[in-house]
Design a protein around this ligand. Structure first.
Ligand SMILES: Nc1nc2c(ncn2[C@@H]2O[C@H](COP(=O)(O)OP(=O)(O)OP(=O)(O)O)[C@@H](O)[C@H]2O)c(=O)[nH]1
Ligand SMILES: [Mg+2]
Length: 393
């Protein structure tokens, strides 16, 4: 992608970012596109923008349909430590798994397309809970806007992770291919990119770049300049893994999404063990090494015990317990943060006063060199840490 667009195009991009509704965003993207010179170096960018426009047009169409009163609401407000969407073809056993793993009461039935709106349940794991959401079944053509297809894919896009549910007794590889195809069409990828750029817009404080990985052929200064070119003056930019300046620009454009995923190969009670091993090997080749594949049976409760741990791992969260200065015990309920979060992230979550007047923190637990270690705001926390924040004044 080019990083030297004409000033006019960059100015138009600011309008895109300021757009509040899909309609405004679509119009702004059209205007942006007309200001982008067309040549070899801008091909990829133009492609990305066109794709975004296509998605927006579908969204607007969907909105219109919804307003006309047809169909249930699909958005599910996040609750608990992380939201995980169960995604699969009809009859793969999503409802059966949801029932076994959570408190949800849903219809389990061999009748195709029994679940017609998202079904939600809370799954306990140690001292936290995951929110599981069964998305109404995916099918060939879902990403083209047929039926509730786009809405189910939208649930996946909004979730923290995806659990792909396959019926081991009914062409699971074919099912997986269909699901991956629909996800890819919707620009949702389950293969982990080499690096990740996370841009959090802020209202003040300038641009702060935290490099937890490696910025290839560029410096933090280049990142700042790039953001400023796009009219972003206050932001927290985080770089994980290996990232190029192009990747940073892609992140500004938000064109694709990566979602951590797990494959639940369900109904293994119906298939012999050797066959299961063969299927697992084929899934691995298709989904990638890093995607965990768990043979399970909702019917016999097989393989379900280990799921909490795996959800915890793929969502890359940590639990941090806060403590008031002078008190002995930390809060029983942990704060849930992303792996790589710092002491300052905790301060921000607890109270804006602690964030603004941060002085130092004391920590106990896995990331502390010794109990009660005194650390600064950029100290990176680990799961199970206890944090006590001291503020000025
Ligand atoms: N043998 C066996 N049958 C299962 C298992 N899990 C689900 N089933 C059966 O498969 C059928 C479909 O299960 P559901 O849980 O309703 O499937 P679903 O994925 O929610 O289907 P839709 O809501 O239509 O998309 C039911 O008849 C279940 O009893 C399993 O682990 N083993
Ligand atoms: Mg169902």
């Amino acid at each position: 992608m080019v990083t030297n667009l004409p000033a006019e195009a960059k100015a138009k991009w600011i309008k895109v970012m300021e757009a509040k509704t899909p309609q405004e965003r679509l119009k702004a993207l059209e205007e942006f596109l007309s200001a982008v010179p067309k040549h070899k170096g801008t091909e990829k960018l133009i492609g990305q923008v066109r794709r975004q426009m296509a998605i927006l047009r579908r969204e607007i169409e969907e909105q219109r349909r919804r307003r006309s009163g047809k169909g249930p609401k699909f958005f599910v407000e996040k609750e608990g430590a992380a939201q995980i969407v169960l995604l699969g073809l009809s009859n793969s056993g999503k409802s059966a798994l949801l029932t076994k793993l959570t408190n949800a009461k849903v219809l389990i039935s061999p009748v195709p397309y029994s679940t017609q709106k998202p079904a939600v349940g809370m799954m306990p794991f140690e001292d936290i809970k995951f929110q599981l959401v069964e998305a109404p079944a995916i099918f060939e053509g879902a990403s083209r806007g047929e039926g509730w297809g786009l809405k189910s894919l939208g649930l996946a896009r909004n979730a923290d992770a995806i659990a792909i549910v396959l019926d081991a007794s009914n062409n699971p590889i074919g099912q997986l291919k269909t699901i991956l195809k629909e996800l890819n069409e919707a620009k949702i990828f389950i293969r982990k990119p080499k690096g990740k750029v996370d841009i959090q817009r802020k209202s003040s404080g300038g641009i702060q770049v935290i490099i937890s990985g490696k910025l290839v052929n560029a410096t933090a200064k280049d990142v700042e300049k790039l953001l400023r070119d796009y009219g972003i003056y206050h932001a927290l930019v985080r770089i994980f893994g290996e990232v190029t300046l192009d990747d940073v620009e892609s992140a500004i454009f938000e064109s694709t999404t990566y979602k951590p995923a797990i494959v639940l190969l369900n109904k293994v009670d119906l298939v012999d063990r050797e066959e299961v091993n063969k299927i697992v090997a084929k899934i691995k080749a298709l989904a990638g090494e890093e995607v965990p594949i768990i043979p399970v049976s909702a019917k016999n409760s097989l393989g379900l015990k280990e799921l909490g741990k795996i959800f915890f791992k793929i969502t890359e969260i940590i639990r941090v317990y806060t403590k008031q200065p002078g008190e002995d015990e930390p809060s029983p309920q942990p704060l849930i943060l992303k792996k790589g979060s710092t002491v300052l992230d905790v301060a921000e979550r607890v109270h804006s006063r602690l964030y603004k007047n941060f002085k130092y923190a004391k920590i106990w637990g896995p990331s502390a060199k010794y109990p009660g270690e005194r650390v600064g705001k950029n100290h990176v926390l680990m799961d199970g840490d206890i944090v006590e924040i001291h503020a000025k004044g």
